[in-house]
Design a protein around this ligand. Structure first.
Ligand code: ATP
Ligand code: MG
Length: 488
């Protein structure tokens, strides 16, 4: 290098230094794309920014209630294997939250810096899944440990290309495979209490978003700007209701405020994803509360539009009662550890919309059973546009409905055959609920209760006493061939 160019470089040095200083200062002044402390009241409690990296609040092992004994052995195996391979990994999400609250986690999720393919290489018993979110499922018999790679938010400048992440004009996330650091991963999660990270390095919990304080204060709070986060993924509105109902937490005012306004955004969500959410909403043991909250926040309409239209009408009160009865009995069954089926809940949700269609078909002169089948089909098509019902459940739902028309016909050996029907119990429960919600069925429910408790001679007497009341025999030519019962 000659002395001339050396001189030019020396002359430029102060300029370079000023530029560098400016860059440093401006990067510190800029709020985090998601976690903008000026908008969020939990700022004081949140991890600190040191050297432009977020450092978590660390809750040491003696300050929290999550013990290794409560953690699934398989989840621990995954964590130790990842650690031995040199990857930073944590237990995260619902399991940390639930364990701290003294609840049984549904499943154990792991977040790691290892990329999906690297995780897959570490575990023979694993599978790569997902498109929207690429994940690894590590299978141990019936238990699956879900391992996700740390993800960054979409506006994380260094990584925002269309190949990995994609956002629609309205802000909705279409694809989400932008990898990032653990702090970025924390801030792209939905609620602060879902962003607590448990590490087996020293058994502490790392909190990047103020979740620890919210857990203590039983508050459900969206990370970042709630409206933007709901627009990114409207399903978060349903999740807010689900967690508030399940944990009996209060929704923070700024997290609650946009929900009613943004509820219509749910119509952009694919029906299959909404079905998954419906299952979690109504089959987790707090269905009754959840239903009331969904209605309050105007979210129910997106899930069951035909039912909502009916609830708005004069006769809506009976329909509402039936739904409440069905959800209440489902909640009780779950608490007692009994099995539940979404078909039953769907049958109740759609029973009155079904009757409305049936009424129309009756006026058109369609005979009862074909009318029932046609109405069931119409309802299924209508409902599938909102939250679809997989075939294995819609079959059961139709059986429950059809049996409502067969339960009044008890003469001959029909009553005996009905009791043997694999769907009898569900149909009988459904019948009782219809009565409890205000339908007058002329004591039919009580009759079936007595019938089941009676010995065989008494049963014959009961049927004989019905005379023609329970007969209304259809002519042979119109009798339908009985369908084979379906087994789910
Ligand atoms: P549970 O399993 O008890 O229903 P969970 O919190 O574990 O609750 P999951 O659906 O299993 O919920 O998701 C695991 C974690 O992934 C959540 O805790 C949250 O951190 C994150 N997460 C899930 N869905 C979203 C979403 N739509 N937006 C942002 N983060 C999400
Ligand atoms: Mg979970």
């Amino acid at each position: 290098m000659d002395s001339n160019s050396l001189g030019v470089i020396i002359a430029l040095l102060p300029l370079l230094a000023v530029g560098l200083l400016f860059l440093l200062l401006s990067s510190k002044a800029k709020p985090h794309p998601i976690y903008d402390s000026s908008r969020n009241p939990i700022a004081g409690n949140q991890g600190q920014v040191i050297n432009s990296r977020y450092h978590p609040v660390v809750i040491s092992r003696d300050q929290h209630d999550v013990t290794r004994k409560q953690i699934s052995d398989n989840a621990l195996k995954v964590l130790y294997r990842l650690k031995d391979a040199g990857y930073e990994s944590y237990l995260v999400g619902g399991c940390v939250r639930d364990l701290e609250l003294g609840l049984h986690p549904k499943d154990f999720d792991v977040a790691t810096e290892a990329h999906p393919e690297e995780v897959h290489d570490l575990f023979r018993n694993s599978r790569l899944i997902g498109r929207r979110f690429k994940l690894v499922h590590v299978r141990f018999g019936r238990e699956i440990i879900e391992v996700a790679t740390f993800r960054a938010s979409h506006d994380a400048a260094h990584n925002d290309d269309d190949k990995h992440g994609r956002q629609a004009d309205g802000g909705m996330i279409l694809r989400d495979n932008v990898y990032g650091t653990v702090e970025e991963d924390a801030l792209r999660r939905d609620f602060t209490i879902n962003a607590l990270y448990y590490t087996i390095n020293d058994f502490s919990i790392h909190d990047y978003a103020g979740g620890w304080q919210d857990l203590e204060q039983r508050t459900l709070r969206m990370i970042g700007d709630p409206e933007a986060r709901y627009r990114e993924d409207p399903v978060r509105m349903l999740r807010a209701i689900r967690f508030a109902a399940k944990l009996e937490f209060t929704i923070a005012p700024d997290t609650e405020e946009p929900i009613q306004r943004l509820a219509p955004l749910l119509s952009d969500i694919p029906a299959a994803r909404l079905f998954e959410e419906v299952l979690k909403l109504f089959l987790s043991g707090q269905g009754e509360t959840t239903f009331a909250m969904l209605r309050h926040f105007k979210l129910f309409e997106a899930l069951f539009p035909a039912t909502q239209r009916l609830l708005d009408k004069e006769q809506g009160a009976v329909a509402e009662q039936l739904i409440i009865q069905a959800l209440r009995s489902t909640d009780i069954r779950i608490k007692r550890g009994k099995s539940v089926t979404p078909a039953f809940v769907y049958a109740a949700m759609l029973w009155y919309p079904l009757l409305e269609i049936l009424e129309r078909l009756k006026k058109q002169g369609v005979p009862p059973i074909p009318a029932l089948h046609q109405a069931a089909l119409e309802i299924h098509q209508l409902q599938s546009r909102a939250s679809s019902i997989p075939r294995r459940f819609s079959g059961t739902m139709r059986d429950i409905w059809e049996l409502q028309y067969r339960l009044p016909r008890r003469n001959g050996n029909r009553a005996e055959q009905l009791v043997e029907n694999p769907r009898f119990r569900a149909a009988y429960d459904f019948l009782l609920m219809r009565e409890a919600s205000g339908e007058d069925l002329d004591g039919l429910g009580q009759w079936w209760t007595d019938y089941q408790q009676a010995r065989s001679e008494q049963r014959e007497e009961m049927v004989a006493e019905l005379g023609h009341g329970g007969a209304r025999q259809r002519s042979k030519s119109k009798r339908r061939v009985r369908r084979k019962p379906q087994h789910d």
